[in-house]
Write a protein that binds this ligand. Structure first.
Ligand code: ZN
Length: 466
């Protein structure tokens, strides 16, 4: 009975948290070569733990010039049972220049939260599955489904080798349903199913006017200033709230309906985004916050050549440029957005007649828009109803998660269940990252029920053959 498995998971909850605390001591920062050894050490520790848990063939998948993927499986649930792939990542973001209140690599429990880099993103995510598996083994000696486990070591650098792993180890990815765990719940009481991501491109805006810097006292008043022109052009790209105008999507009833269940009010935004006293979230203008953050493009200034403090000189600089990152609507191509931006920058005279030009610097992950339907999602809703007392609410992610777009492209015909243990106060990628322990407990129980519910649906029905 899954309820006795959940009871076992509850009895072992403190031990599971201790395991998590142990993993969190490894600075498995995948963007810093000096930490590659830590990523490998943690991969080996997890591999050994998974083997001890009772999964078969626990191993490290290796490729040249890549950090390993921890892999294992258990395929003894019988020919009619579905195979569930569980994906997560063990690498973490760096902590440099962040103002942490505790040591980011020593987990500290304060109230209902566990603070440490990687706690919610993403070690608690995949560990919530392994804890569920451990309880199934302890209580029944078996799992209701076949499972495959994959824990990546390069997610935080954009999964640059994941597709190569898919090609080199196709068997390790063979499944009927995939549970990808690296996403957010809209609150500690409401579980989230992620169904959209925004894409990401980087562009550079150039303004040129002179072949040399010139004295502002001599020429100021009759010479175009590229620095001012750059600021004016950036302002031209946005509305009076500072929101990107180009490439905006019409707001559909479907978008509004999808965001109706999302508890994303000004209080959540103010706390989650660390707004200071007296500053409020941007006005909605009749468009729900969830639509602004998940379904519309947006723009951020990454860097500029504007004269820096300490480098002041009274001169009109000969040129200026800015690197801009642009989040794409989930169904928007990089080309469509670039053309829309180019129209604004180059399609009309530039301020002061400076020479303005837009350049595509890089295309990162594309957006992703998913329609969850079929028996796998009904099964997931039943599992979450039992553990959280609430079915999964469909949410988007404003960011770009390359592995999701990749799984979507390679395995989009399979049910992809995207969830995780993050919530709006987790501050993933920032100082004082934390995981809510109540969410962790509910995630473990949900994963216990999920295996049972997916087994009841059966492999044929999941594949649309039933
Ligand atoms: Zn993550």
């Amino acid at each position: 009975m899954p309820t006795s498995v959940v009871a076992d998971a509850e009895r072992h909850f403190d031990a599971t948290v201790e395991t998590l605390v142990r993993y969190l001591t490894y600075p498995s920062i995948s963007c810093q070569p000096e930490n590659f050894a830590d990523v490998r050490k943690l991969s080996e520790v997890i591999r050994a733990d998974i083997a001890a848990l009772g999964l078969d063939n626990a191993r490290l998948l290796e490729l040249d010039d890549a950090l390993p993927v921890v892999a294992a499986e258990w395929l003894h649930a019988g020919p009619d049972a579905p195979t569930v792939l569980i994906y997560g990542h063990l690498d973490i973001q760096p902590v440099e220049l962040e103002n942490w209140h505790t040591d980011p690599h020593v987990a500290v429990r304060q109230g209902e939260r566990l603070f440490a880099r990687g706690s919610a993103d993403d070690m608690g995510g995949w560990l919530s599955h392994l804890a569920a598996v451990a309880s199934w083994f302890r209580v029944h000696g078996r799992l209701p489904c076949n499972i495959r486990v994959l824990i990546e070591g390069e997610e935080e650098i954009g999964s640059p080798n994941l597709e190569r792993f898919m090609d080199a180890y196709p068997d390790a990815f063979q499944a009927d349903v995939m549970v990808l765990t690296d996403c957010e719940n809209p609150s500690t009481d409401i579980p989230g199913l992620t169904v959209s991501l925004r894409g990401l491109i980087e562009v550079e805006l150039h303004c040129d006017a002179l072949s040399a810097d010139v004295h502002s006292g001599l020429w100021g008043g009759m010479v175009p200033d590229p620095t001012i022109g750059l600021c004016q052009l950036i302002a031209r790209l946005v509305d009076s709230d500072g929101r990107l105008l180009a490439g905006r999507r019409p707001v559909t009833e479907q978008m509004r309906a999808a965001s109706a269940d999302v508890p994303l009010d000004n209080a959540v935004i103010t706390a989650g985004a660390h707004l200071i006293d007296g500053v409020t979230p941007l006005p909605e203008h009749g468009v729900p916050a969830a639509v602004w953050m998940w379904r519309q493009p947006c723009i951020t200034v990454l860097s500029t050549t504007l004269p820096a403090p300490g480098r002041e000189k009274n001169a009109i600089r000969k040129s200026a440029s800015a690197k801009l990152s642009v989040r794409l609507a989930p169904d928007q191509s990089a080309e469509e957005m670039f053309a829309a931006l180019q129209q604004v920058v180059e399609g009309q005279p530039a301020p002061g007649g400076v020479r303005a030009r837009l350049e595509m610097v890089q295309q990162f992950g594309s957006g992703w828009l998913y329609e969850p339907k079929g028996p796998a999602f009904a099964a997931a809703d039943r599992a979450y109803e039992k553990s959280w007392g609430h079915p999964l609410v469909h949410v988007g992610v404003g960011g770009s998660i390359p592995f999701v777009a990749l799984f979507g492209r390679r395995f989009g015909d399979l049910p992809l269940i995207l969830n995780g243990v993050l919530d709006p106060l987790s501050t993933a990628h920032g100082p004082d990252e934390s995981m809510h322990l109540g969410i962790f407990a509910k995630a473990i129980a949900a994963n216990v029920y999920l295996l049972d519910e997916l087994a009841k649906v059966g492999k044929a029905a999941l594949r649309g053959e039933g």
